[in-house]
Design a protein around this ligand. Sequence first.
Ligand SMILES: [Zn+2]
Ligand SMILES: [Zn+2]
Length: 555
Amino acid sequence: MENDALVDSLELLVKLWDVHGINEFKAKNLSFSIRGLDKFPGMISQLTPDQLLLIPGVGKVIVQLIYELAQTGTCQELEEIVEQTPPGLLDFLKIKGLGAKKVRTIWQELNVSTFEDLNVACQNGQVEKLKGFGSAIQTSIQSQIVFIQENRKKLRLDKAVFLSDRIAAMLNLSFDQIAISGELRRHCEIITSLIFVVETDDIFGSQSKISEILGFSEDLQSSSPFTWRGFFEDNLIPIEIHLVNTSEFVSAVFQHSAHEYHLESIDFYQQSQAKTILTEESIYQERNMPFIVPEMREGLQEFEWAGQHKNYELIEDHDLQGCLHNHSVYSDGKNTLQEMAEACRSMGLHYFGIADHSQYAAYAGGLKEEDVMRQHEEIDQLNLLWSDFTILKGIEADILPDGSLDYNDHILSQFDYVVASVHAQLTMDLDRAMDRLIRAIENPFTSILGHPTGRLLLSRPGYPLKTHKILDACLANGVSIELNASPYRLDLDWRHIYAAMDKGVFVSINPDAHKIDGLKDMKYGVMVGRKGGLLKALTLNALPLNELKAFFKKN
Ligand SMILES: [Zn+2]
Ligand SMILES: [Zn+2]
């Protein structure tokens, strides 16, 4: 079992014990051990019980349980308690601000265990009357129920890529030519349906052929003779498989992957009927229009962009020279600085920027002044190891509520660059958010504005911003704006990249990696960056090291 999955299961177990109000002592013990396990760099499943006991926090009371789970992927105690828990309560645990204890209160006092009943209880004002709740929590619960229910059937880009690759591989066993279409081909940050186009010379026989593949279940009511609709395994996201013959294939892939607005803007339906299209290029050529890459076909600003730029100017994975904004065990990362840097180097990159959390972020092990000095000494030592690779001294400094950064100027001046980010007190109206961010951008030590809106996709909306003004301030102050490439964030929203390009603001594709595996997230940044017209020439971490250093030395 992978470490992350193990930690998730253990966290669930602790919560369920608390929901049921049992095993208080074991729950405490297990919570403690989770902290140590979460930081453990090796494969936990390879450890014996005696070795597990050496991990900080792991006690004798729960070591067998952890061992069983790590070895088998499950354990009896977890299975039993999941069985005894109404499934709706697991949903309640997803509501922010409702810890296990509050979920227990709702369940015990109101006898409520589904979203529907919880919503009614909120409407009747029963929830606010519970001890420790109040009207603000009740209102928050109601709006989160709506949010969670709406988002259930949607997937983040990374999950959608993973799932659609699996589905395509299954389809490939029965069909020769399959194209992943829909929102995924457009690299949308959130995917609401998975769409495939399958070539076949037996359209009517293919419907049942798909339904016979293990894991596929057809929704007969919404399927039609040319389109199989249904679900794959227990995923809630709807799946659409369009069945076409060879001569229709290119046209169908184009039609089912471009946004309706894009199709309208090129008069696709009027001109393309009853004609075999051999290549997507020919669709644009016939109309005397520039070729638009699939991910940009949204019906937004793609043609204006194409009037000024060529497609080869778009950022590509291999253009990236290095990687800024990453964490290590100095703060809340899981790998050491050296491990992270070596991994970055082995990806063929030339520089690695460490940007651990700053002191204000105590919850994330933020660095005190002495930690910063210790880290800088280590970086100086490590930098002697390579002639072709450099570690840069960065920091992810918290933007405090008044817009200042949380180190004094003396410390800030020791870094090669500063990523300034908001992590606390995220609930702000437009005026407060703008004042706070503009002040941070104007700080002479700020180099990059981190995850500009603070959003977490499918989980938390960002605070409101006037993005044009933020971009103007970035330009005026020599600050780059981050495209946080974690698929949980993808923030700056790609819709604003067009404006950043127009204004000449550098965008930095930052993985915000907390472990080696996280470095790969840069690919999602490239995917959505291209979608918004991100140019290689204005991608900060596509700059060679000397130019990057010059950018950081602006002041
Ligand atoms: Zn951050
Ligand atoms: Zn970060």
